[in-house]
Write a protein that binds this ligand. Structure first.
Ligand SMILES: *Cc1c(COP(=O)(O)O)cnc(C)c1O
Length: 425
């Protein structure tokens, strides 16, 4: 097949994320990727502004991660985790317990972020059932969140930008509090009122509050103040509701802290990790919880009823272990601060554009919120023509580049973003 035929085959037979089977959006064929560059099959090179949806924090084709994967493949690619264990799982769990906020100390390995969220929700509900509180099955969250595409995760994702209208009547009816009013992180005392009212009114039915700490990703790319998270933690304690922190997008340094909960000095009862956990190599995730939740589930002979076929896949564990070591061995805080400064400086001119509503930056995340939705296919083609890879959605044109991006590439990326967005005006 030549290049055109290959793309035509793709168009006819392969589903891409969130697309129409009959009118798919254009896709670009990638031949290879290295560092912060994607090389297209037609020879063009793009500077990556997406880290492949938050994952590739060390850039692509990293020799250390390649080596970890190859070494593990030479020993065993996979064994079932029922009744067996292995060193990659043990070593990775040791690191996760070590670096995650205390007292999280029990690790459930799973295969994707959405599943990590399902597992977190099951843990929360099961812990209450086993403590004689079978009515505590509902969840409370805030608007503009995103927690994944499986059913329990969809039910707590934003009811407007999420998929609620497509699955009306099928999704569990969860409770939605208003998100903090400012999308750029200013705290107002009134921000907590909505969640406070809902938790006070419904705590007897509530298993947990679930939210993305500090940065809400795919549901709106919004930032909120640490004070909000501290208040949520205090309310959860006051009303005996568990707190689930979905750190799938924010984990492993993206916001400038290893985990975004650390901005607030708050520790959740259950934490979901995914995306960057393997440095972008394999689909993998983990749900961590505390001794207390573990004991509640285990009391009176209770078992936790979840166990994916590929649980704790050794290849994924080995590359995750290597990715975490690579991150911690580097001065990643300084690096994320450098990227943050580059994004602030590079995106500042967007503030002057008439089509732009707001520019906000936190850690290695830069967001340009437009006044009107952008046309994805058109704007993506413009970015590709200018040598950068970005995937806006709705009114949000945003970037979260690999941490290893250098100042020259970063200035190029933000410069091209600014240039394309000026054409929108
Ligand atoms: C991406 C994401 C998920 C879902 O992860 P998948 O691996 O795509 O299933 C859940 N929560 C958050 C915050 C995410 O960003």
């Amino acid at each position: 097949m030549n290049h055109e035929q290959a793309l035509e085959f793709d168009r006819r037979h392969i589903w891409h994320p969130y697309t129409s089977p009959t009118q798919p959006l254009p896709v670009y064929q990638v031949a290879s990727a290295s560092g912060v560059r994607l090389k297209l099959a037609d020879g063009r090179e793009l500077v990556d502004g997406m880290s492949s949806w938050w994952c590739a924090i060390h850039g692509y084709n990293h020799p250390v991660l390649n080596e970890a994967l190859a070494r593990q493949a030479g020993r065993m690619a996979h064994v079932m985790f029922g009744g067996l264990t292995h060193q990659p799982a043990i070593e990775l769990a040791r690191r996760l317990v070590d670096i995650s906020p205390a007292p999280l100390n029990r690790v459930f390995f799973c295969d994707s972020g959405s599943v990590a969220v399902e597992v977190a929700i099951k843990m929360a509900i099961q812990s209450w059932v086993n403590q004689g509180q079978p009515d505590k099955t509902r969840l409370l969250t805030i608007r503009h969140g995103y927690h994944g595409d499986t059913f329990a995760a969809m039910a707590v994702s934003d009811p407007e930008t999420g998929m609620h209208h497509r699955f009306r009547g099928v999704l569990a009816q969860q409770l939605f509090a208003e998100a903090p009013a400012s999308a750029s992180g200013e705290w107002r005392e009134s921000d907590i009122a909505s969640l406070q009212g809902l938790i006070a009114g419904h705590h007897r039915q509530l298993a947990a509050v679930i939210l993305e700490p500090i940065v809400q990703g795919a549901g709106g790319m919004r930032f909120y103040a640490p004070e909000f998270l501290r208040r949520v933690r205090a309310l959860c304690d006051q009303y005996q509701v568990l707190l689930i922190a979905d750190e799938i997008a924010t984990g492993f340094g993206r916001t400038g802290r290893l985990f975004a909960c650390e901005h607030a000095g708050v520790s959740p009862d259950i934490m979901c990790l995914g995306k960057a956990i393997t440095g972008g190599y394999l689909s993998f995730a983990a749900t961590l919880t505390t001794e207390a939740v573990g004991r509640a589930i285990g009391q009176a002979g209770g078992v936790f009823m979840h166990g994916p076929t590929f649980m704790a896949n050794p290849l994924a564990c080995a590359v995750a272990e290597a990715s975490i070591d690579l991150l911690l061995a580097s001065d990643w805080q300084a690096n994320v601060r450098r990227v943050e400064a580059g994004l602030r400086q590079g995106l500042a001119p967007c503030r002057e554009l008439p089509a732009v509503a707001e520019v906000r930056v936190m850690g290695a995340i830069g967001v340009v919120e437009m006044r009107e939705p952008v046309d994805l296919a058109t704007i993506q083609a413009r970015f590709v023509d200018r040598g950068v890879w970005l995937r806006p959605f709705g009114r949000l044109v945003y970037t979260m580049p690999p941490y290893v991006i250098d100042d020259v590439d970063l200035a190029f990326l933000t410069g091209q973003m600014t240039a394309v967005l000026s054409e929108q005006s």
